[in-house]
Design a protein around this ligand. Sequence first.
Ligand SMILES: NC(=O)c1ccc[n+]([C@@H]2O[C@H](COP(=O)([O-])OP(=O)(O)OC[C@H]3O[C@@H](n4cnc5c(N)ncnc54)[C@H](OP(=O)(O)O)[C@@H]3O)[C@@H](O)[C@H]2O)c1
Length: 289
Amino acid sequence: MITGASSGIGLAAARALARAGDEVVLLGRNPERLRRAAERVRDASGSLPRAFQADFSVLAEVRDVARRLRSEVDQIHVLVNNAGALGGQAAVRRVTADGLDRTMQVNHLGGFLVTHLLLDRLMAGASPDEPARLITTSSLAEAWGWLDVDRPAGPLLRYRSRWLAYGASKQANVLFTIEAARRWAPHIVPTCFFPGLVQTRFALRSPLFTIARVMPGLVNPPEIGAGTLVWLATDPAALVPGGYFAFGQEFVATPRATDPGRAQRLWRSSLAAVGLPDSGHAPDTTHAT
Ligand SMILES: NC(=O)c1ccc[n+]([C@@H]2O[C@H](COP(=O)([O-])OP(=O)(O)OC[C@H]3O[C@@H](n4cnc5c(N)ncnc54)[C@H](OP(=O)(O)O)[C@@H]3O)[C@@H](O)[C@H]2O)c1
């Protein structure tokens, strides 16, 4: 199950996995792009995948899509939290209808919420020998993220650069992976990755990224960017709880993105932001065997 599968890295990964015989489920925001993406997966694999639409900047839509997914899917082997965007500069100054920083909501809290709402589907059938996988698309941008882990989507993020907001959300992706590993491994193995600079719909209106696009060899096609994702989804060697990867190898994140104390604080504040209680311990896995 791949969020952000209607375009770019998510779509390239969905096509590669489907071509290899895996059943993929697509999530996307734009209905027309999602429909075309499903057709491209069918062209690659021969069968039309199930596709679900939701805008992660509206938490009610995240809850609704999780409800629809739950009614159709009993077990998820791999959940990829890949949906994400660099917000517009104007959007950085506005909060969502949920009262949250938009970049943080779309890039971190939406996936955080959907993961919790589908947790029992990930746990179903998972075991330490055959764990489910939880993969999050982060970025090198985490390095310049300034993240208040106690108020990740609060007013401190507003009125600042969209790249800073983006970096903070990508740092949240790594911290989410660290704490998810502490809570859910070994039944679920959470990892995250940096896909490199990739030629997608990402940052289409960013002058900085536009310059990067024309630099020879700097920006890879989506199929290359999706390579690490596909590897994390399929290879036994990629079962490294809390691991951060790039280009198929372990990668180093900044200390503030990997600090276990910050990861726990972010987890608690993220639960509060999306309106979930904190059970404080690993979920009941008695039904998982
Ligand atoms: N491209 C890069 O160089 C690069 C580098 C580092 C990290 N990343 C990360 O890679 C991930 C995928 O990005 P990409 O490069 O493949 O860009 P992309 O082509 O723009 O794809 C982004 C995906 O996220 C979805 N999405 C965006 N906003 C959403 C929202 N509000 N609700 C639900 N889904 C939403 C998009 O849905 P629609 O198409 O339906 O709108 C699309 O499927 C992102 O998390 C991004 O931060 C990209």
